[in-house]
Design a protein around this ligand. Sequence first.
Ligand SMILES: C[S@@+](CC[C@H](N)C(=O)[O-])C[C@H]1O[C@@H](n2cnc3c(N)ncnc32)[C@H](O)[C@@H]1O
Length: 313
Amino acid sequence: MGFGYNKAMIEPHVPVLYAEILAHLDPQPGSLYIDATLGAGGHTAGLLEAGALVLGLDADADTLAVARERLARFDRQATFVHANFAAVAEVAPAHGFAAVDGVLFDLGLSSLDVDEAGRGFSFRREGPLDMRFDRSQGPTAADLVNTLTADALADILYEYGEEPRARAIARRIVERRPLQTTTELASVIEAVTPRKKGKGGIHPATRTFQALRVAVNDELSALEKGLGAAIGLLKPGGVLAVISFHSLEDRLVKQMFKRESTGCICPPRQPVCTCDHRAVLELVTRKPVVPGAAEVVRNPRSRSARLRVALKL
Ligand SMILES: C[S@@+](CC[C@H](N)C(=O)[O-])C[C@H]1O[C@@H](n2cnc3c(N)ncnc32)[C@H](O)[C@@H]1O
């Protein structure tokens, strides 16, 4: 199968909520930032242009190479590391970023990956069922769909994709496997979940693809670990900004921000505090910031973005 792959030919990723991110992070010459999800370096370019120093991480070595090339003119200010942000507590201090002015998480995948059939993220393009951000390790989506039991698959589709037809889809996948490509999987799902007539609604494979991607990359545990570590790396007054693209991520961010901006977290009926929990964050955005209509028209990928910002106390 010839799945063409050439990142240079692809339109660069358009950074989401760019003005809002720069306004919240407020980069100054010499200040230190961690971009935990460097991607094509769109947000980081703004930080570097303001004179800040940036440590950019990405789990995807190919995307990191694109950013490195695009940002080559800032080589004195930028450090690029191929790493999962789950490891930021160890990676950042090793590169001199132990106490920073801001950390940005712009979650999910960059449009470089969505647009590239060979990565297997899109049900619209025929490609191998891969879906790993980091192709140097871990199981692929094909490994999951071709080896898990129907029950285990259904749990993934339900838990990570909120797919109401999880059991039926999982049963059909098990009947039809082995499945090797994105379009094979999409047509198995379509056969169980016929597309609604007319405009609107999502493609029947959307939730299953999201669920498999979340499972393949262990995205929610990485996020929980990465956010916790980022809070520890911020200086007092430092800014934590997180853009999420689906409700599971946003819920996790919201709950973590709530817990870490609260003092005692003992059950409300407990008369004496035994938790010793202290607030370490102050919420800046009570409700998530979403892109305006003009941004959604310009960049439809931004339509599900939700930005939450907090300050380190
Ligand atoms: C939405 S893109 C970031 C786009 C970037 N802000 C820009 O403006 O170009 C998200 C990036 O995060 C990376 N990523 C996702 N999960 C990651 C993780 N756990 N650790 C490190 N990088 C991750 C993806 O490979 C992708 O390149």
